[in-house]
Ligand binder design. Structure first.
Ligand code: PLP
Ligand code: COI
Length: 354
């Protein structure tokens, strides 16, 4: 894939060292753009100065939500290198999402090359402080100006970059999570496994309710029986119960997280008994009452490993490990971030260096 480059002539001021970055609020000097036209395929790959985009108000993305997004990060390595973590997995997941949403496929190498090219040009934006990184947000929108409900014949694939700190303001301090008993996020056969805006729009109402009650995010239950644990708003969920590592199986209604996949590999390599299966909320309550719910943590690109200290379900409030980070959660955080930053050996060849 040939990528044309138009460099920004005026560069923005970068955040100062030590300045709190927050998450997803600051954007770099450039962005990647590529168009799709039926009959022509993906074309005109380019890097241009970060700018607003102009679309017809009739563009299909505004009306029927035909869009997808991904999330990955670039970390600052030694000698001004940029380090990506398993970007091929994001490329493959993009195509799984695209398939579900009738968006055309993007070759895995082109997706990865596009990410590499735009990170390369803005590599000076990768922050250095511990816990920071350059968040990469690839997304695709349907651009046909047409109000009929049908797959669009034209699309834009864009990648923007945002120097970011921790997703949760509390950092590694365990968060409180609200197990939602009224609303549902997804059902099998729907779009739960896909990374598309509609899933997040569907989550807002419960998230506002949870925030109002002092909880950070929502943990969804299955949409049919409302009994089995699915995932959190922006991360997959893990439990350590009686020494075993448990996480809900990929059932079509949860996102197949790349961090989830990496954590499963590490836990198995470390000799833990690991189960991917249905986990009922009753099983959790029971385990907590018997003192067997030892740890709970979420996994995600933005959230990394996020310890959970409190789970609420209707009238039950379960405290976990005295609301302190557990030993395995800490080891996973240290190992994953160590591999991402190039500080510990990457036995699985997960890092891609630019
Ligand atoms: N589940 C949801 C709903 C998410 O938005 C995310 C974040 O991307 C995840 C899980 C974790 O996925 P990953 O580890 O690939 O970032
Ligand atoms: C990510 O972790 O990359 C995500 O996409 C989560 C996002 C919804 C903030």
């Amino acid at each position: 894939m040939e990528i044309k480059i138009e460099k920004a002539t005026v560069l923005k001021e970068k955040p100062k060292k030590g300045e709190a970055l927050g998450f997803g609020k600051i954007f770099t000097d450039h962005m990647f753009v590529m168009d799709y036209t039926e009959g022509k395929g993906w074309h005109d790959a380019r890097i241009v100065p970060f700018q607003d985009i102009t679309l017809s108000p009739a563009s299909m993305v505004f009306h029927y939500g035909q869009e997808m997004f991904e999330g990955l990060k670039a970390y600052r390595g030694e000698n001004n290198t940029a380090r990506l973590f398993r970007p091929d997995m994001n490329a493959k997941r993009t195509n799984d999402t695209n398939d579900r949403l009738c968006i055309p496929q993007i070759p895995v190498e082109d997706f990865v090359d596009a990410v590499k090219a735009v990170v390369d040009i803005d590599r000076d934006w990768i922050p250095e402080e511990e816990g920071t990184s350059l968040y990469i947000r690839p997304f695709i929108i349907a651009t046909d100006a047409f109000l009929g409900v049908a797959p669009s014949k034209t699309y834009k694939f864009i990648i923007i970059l945002s120097p970011s700190g921790a997703y949760y303001a509390s950092g590694l301090k365990p968060v409180g999570i609200w197990i939602e008993d009224e609303y549902v996020r997804a059902v099998k056969g729907g779009m739960g496994f896909a990374k598309t805006g509609g899933n997040y729009a569907a989550s807002l109402k419960a998230q506002v309710k949870a925030h109002d009650d002092g909880y950070s995010q929502v943990l969804w239950l299955d949409g049919v029986e409302r009994k089995y644990i699915e995932e959190v708003g922006a991360m997959n969920i893990f439990f350590k119960i009686d020494g075993k590592v448990l996480t809900p199986a990929l059932n079509g209604s949860i996102l197949p997280g790349i961090t989830r996949n990496s954590v499963l590999k590490l836990c198995r390599d470390w000799g833990y008994e690991v189960e991917e299966r249905k986990i009922s909320v009753d099983e959790l309550i029971e385990a907590q009452k018997n003192g067997k719910l030892e740890e709970c943590w979420g996994t995600g690109t933005a959230a990394v490993i996020s310890p959970v200290g409190k789970l609420r379900y209707v009238d039950d409030v379960m405290l976990i490990n005295n609301e302190e980070i557990g030993e395995l959660s800490k080891k996973l955080y240290d190992t994953i971030t160590g591999i991402q930053l190039g500080k510990i050996e990457d036995e699985n060849n997960w890092s891609v260096i630019i």
